[in-house]
Design a protein around this ligand. Structure first.
Ligand code: ACO
Length: 373
């Protein structure tokens, strides 16, 4: 006897609990996000990005000696190998910086003789290597697109300040460095989002950490995920000024377009990270005297809430914040990678430690069995 019960299909795996994790907890009801138990707002207020990276990988904040060890290892690996520079140079500047980063990270993995070593010790070392190399790739690519010479890393600067130094050739004011550090902490981890789940799927086949990260970069690129911070800036550019926000929004919604930087699969009453990033954006607006940008931000948000009751996600304040810092718009999502690589690699190690091949079922809806004539 055949069963007539239809399998339950959860489109987009919405609401599916796929596994346990001890890395972060997203609670949409209390609107909170905890990294290893710590509220992300506290970490953003008081911790360096390197401390947060250690926390995500190891489960506890580092001791002073552990932090010094991490800083030493990360700072020692910031320079790009000549092969990596040559491959980046070979990619046309018409290619998106996410494509450049995906390619360069793949090469960093291929150049690592320990890439196939899946011991925890080797994977922590590979994670530190990526933590150091990704900012260097992002900075190198933005500078070559601007026709500027490479800026060598400075080992007296932390990761956030050094990334800014390698991109712009100088360390900006503290308020800018701090806003950037805050963005890295907020972007670092967010449970089973699409790119992190991608990294876990790849790891579940017993593939290597670099392959998982390359795949995750591909998943993050899309505008429904990390690509939204870039897309938000294009929206701001299209609208132009605050007084045109409502008119632009009505037209876009009339055309059934998704408004980038708004909405979230998990948070339905606002993204827990937005207030902290908005406060950092406000400090940048003050610093650069760009109240016009803040007005546009507020008008579009108010109109979107009034019309659709949909609130901003983290990409909404991050996009204009990166713009004010001076980054090219196409570089925004690579900056997200520089942060999220910490969460991805933490999940690779967690998946590896209690692995089960991730392989869901599908409900077939094609033709019934048939035969060649
Ligand atoms: N603009 C317009 N309408 C929206 C938006 C939006 N940004 N987000 C959701 N909606 C509407 C949908 O049209 C849908 O309406 P309907 O029921 O009338 O058809 C309803 O809200 C539910 O939307 P879904 O897309 O089904 O919700 P889902 O949970 O799948 O989407 C997502 C989440 C993909 C993030 C969506 O909100 C979106 O596309 N946002 C814009 C892209 C974006 O900002 N992504 C960044 C995510 S956060 C991050 O990566 C840091």
């Amino acid at each position: 006897m055949t069963s007539t019960t239809e399998p339950e299909i959860r489109k987009g795996l919405a609401g599916v609990v796929a596994d346990t994790t001890a890395i972060s907890k997203v609670n949409p009801e209390s609107n909170s996000l905890l990294y290893r138990g710590y509220p992300v707002q506290e970490l953003a207020a008081r911790c360096s990005f390197e401390e947060v990276a250690w926390l995500l990988w190891h489960g506890e904040l580092p001791t002073p000696a552990e932090l010094a060890g991490l800083q030493e290892a990360e700072r020692a690996q910031r320079a790009l190998a000549p092969q990596v520079r040559a491959v980046v140079d070979a990619i046309p500047t018409a290619a998106h910086p996410m494509d450049v980063l995906r390619t360069a990270v793949s090469l960093v993995g291929a150049l690592d003789p320990t890439a196939a070593d899946s011991s925890r010790e080797a994977e922590v070392a590979a994670s530190v290597r990526l933590l150091a190399q990704i900012p260097a790739i992002v900075a190198y690519d933005q500078r070559r697109r601007r026709g500027q010479d490479v800026v060598e890393p400075r080992d007296d600067l932390d990761l956030a300040a050094n990334l800014l130094h390698m991109t712009f050739g100088e360390v900006p004011d503290d308020v800018v460095v701090d806003a950037f550090r805050v963005s890295l902490v907020l972007y670092a981890e967010h449970s089973f989002n699409a790119s992190t789940f991608t990294a876990r799927v790849v790891t579940s086949t017993l593939s290597d950490l670099y392959s998982a990260v390359v795949a995750a970069i591909g998943a993050l690129k899309g505008p429904l995920h990390g690509g939204a911070n870039e897309a938000v800036m294009h929206v701001f550019d299209q609208i132009g000024s605050a007084d045109r926000a409502e008119e632009w929004l009505d037209r876009a919604l009339g055309e059934k377009r998704k408004i980038m930087g708004f909405g979230h699969r998990v948070y339905k009453h606002g993204d827990s990270r937005v207030p902290t990033m908005k406060a950092a954006l406000d400090r940048l607006v003050e610093h650069y005297g760009r109240q016009d940008l803040a007005e546009l931000y507020d008008r579009l948000e108010a109109a979107m809430v009034a019309r659709k009751s949909i609130r901003p996600n983290l990409d909404y304040p991050s996009g204009p914040a990166y713009h004010l810092m001076g980054f090219d718009t196409a570089t925004f999502t690579p900056l997200f990678v520089a942060a999220r690589v910490t969460g991805w690699t933490a999940h690779v190690m967690e998946q590896r430690a209690a692995n089960s091949l991730i392989r869901p079922l599908s409900a077939y809806v094609g033709p019934e069995e048939r035969h060649l004539p």
